[in-house]
Design a protein around this ligand. Structure first.
Ligand SMILES: NC(=O)c1ccc[n+]([C@@H]2O[C@H](COP(=O)([O-])OP(=O)(O)OC[C@H]3O[C@@H](n4cnc5c(N)ncnc54)[C@H](OP(=O)(O)O)[C@@H]3O)[C@@H](O)[C@H]2O)c1
Length: 362
């Protein structure tokens, strides 16, 4: 172990996102001295093989965070609510993939290429956005900065891997049942997902939106520092294994041409423009799967908006990578590069919550 290396814990290490996190830590050569893999008591004692090394899964309990520098959590909101404060008390900084802390005013919610400066005041917990938010925010940032945002309408086409390992198995089983002439069995979703489109992701809220749709609304507002942004969403689960697609309609404050939008998007780190309808070139879920970039195409004027202030786009990204694991590791990289691994309190920095209040008053 070299002196610059860190002790990293992955909580939810047996899950779809947790396994992708381990893979991405390796791929990006994050300086991991010790990797601690944690999951529920059901998995404790099991082993996983990574790069020829066999590692044992431990149970995620408070003492497991002794000596941990960074803990990447991906085990659901209940586990995060319970264990993240315990991990912080043991000296770890938590980067949390669940929805547990995202809208907490004291906790920064960060997309690495949009608002990395928000990390400076973190109190020991940092929230990683929802996958549908993640791929949208960098694209909206480019328009916010160049021509201002008036209104955004986004409809999502989300893959089953966004639900986790059980949903991947359920889609596969339903496809096999269909081929065998058998009735599909639905247990993860309320209806069969194979050969279907389900406009229900997460629970329904009193305002008629689903919680997933409301995450896209409230998380984009927080990340983009636009608390009053007019934004609406319909979130749909589709029978795709990996990658979420989004149809996005944006009304801007100032006029913008599709050509200028293409140049703006291409200039955002991690965003790739794929937009050549003549050769049937546009972002596809199958091609985005396994990649870290956000792909944007079908960029055209929204003819329903006057004065050239409307754009329509198609945005696709791998929900397990940029939508979850890659962004979490990128956050860890920023913390390390800028010397912000420890909480703002420990470093004498201004807490995130205080910065937000100051910004709101300015
Ligand atoms: N999938 C996505 O695209 C995506 C994107 C962004 C965020 N997320 C979030 O990431 C989290 C995990 O998602 P996933 O798709 O990886 O789910 P998953 O495949 O179902 O995996 C869940 C993981 O959580 C662990 N876990 C469950 N209960 C636990 C407990 N009481 N204590 C410790 N570990 C426990 C499981 O361990 P066992 O194997 O021991 O049960 C497993 O490792 C969720 O909060 C989800 O909202 C997912």
């Amino acid at each position: 172990m070299n002196h610059e290396s860190l002790t990293v814990a992955v909580v939810g290490a047996t899950g779809v996102v947790g396994r992708t996190m381990i893979q991405i830590l390796n791929e990006r050569e994050f300086p991991v001295g010790e990797l601690r893999l944690l999951a529920s008591g059901r998995s404790a004692g099991r082993t996983v093989s990574i790069d020829g090394h066999t590692l044992e899964i431990g149970e995620a309990v408070p003492d497991a965070f002794d000596g941990v520098d960074i803990a990447l959590f991906s085990a659901g909101a209940d586990v995060s609510h319970e264990l993240a404060p315990a991990a912080v008390a043991h000296g770890a900084t938590v980067i949390d993939n669940s929805s547990a802390w995202r809208m907490d005013p004291a906790i920064p919610l960060v997309v690495s290429q949009v608002n990395p400066d928000d990390l400076e005041g973190h109190p020991g917990i940092i929230a990683n956005p929802n996958c549908s938010t993640m791929q949208l925010a960098p694209v909206l940032m480019a328009l916010r900065d160049a021509v201002g945002l008036e209104r955004v309408v986004v409809d999502t086409y989300q893959s089953v891997s966004g639900t986790g390992a059980d949903a991947l198995a359920e889609l596969e089983a339903q496809i096999r049942a269909h081929i065998a002439g058998e009735a599909p069995i639905a247990s993860v979703y309320p209806h069969p997902i194979a050969f279907n489109a389900l406009p229900e992701i997460d629970v329904f809220l009193p305002n008629g939106y689903t919680k997933e749709e409301w995450k896209v609304v409230s998380e984009n507002r927080k990340i983009l520092h636009l608390p009053d942004l007019r934004i609406s969403c319909t979130a749909v689960r589709v029978p795709v294994f990996v990658s979420h697609s989004e149809a996005v309609h944006v009304e801007t404050r100032d006029p913008i041409t599709p050509d200028r939008a293409r140049r703006l998007f291409a200039a955002v780190p991690g965003v790739v423009v794929q937009d050549d309808p003549a050769s049937h070139r546009y972002p596809l879920a199958t091609e985005a799967a396994g990649r870290d970039e956000i792909f944007v195409g079908r960029i055209r004027r929204d003819e329903s908006i006057a004065d050239g202030r409307g754009l329509a786009l198609w945005v696709v990204s791998d929900n397990l990578r940029k939508g979850a694991a890659t962004n979490a590791v990128e956050i860890a990289e920023v913390l390390r590069e800028r010397g912000w691994i420890h909480s703002a309190d420990a470093r004498g920095a201004t807490p995130y919550a205080t910065q937000v209040v100051a910004e709101a008053r300015a």
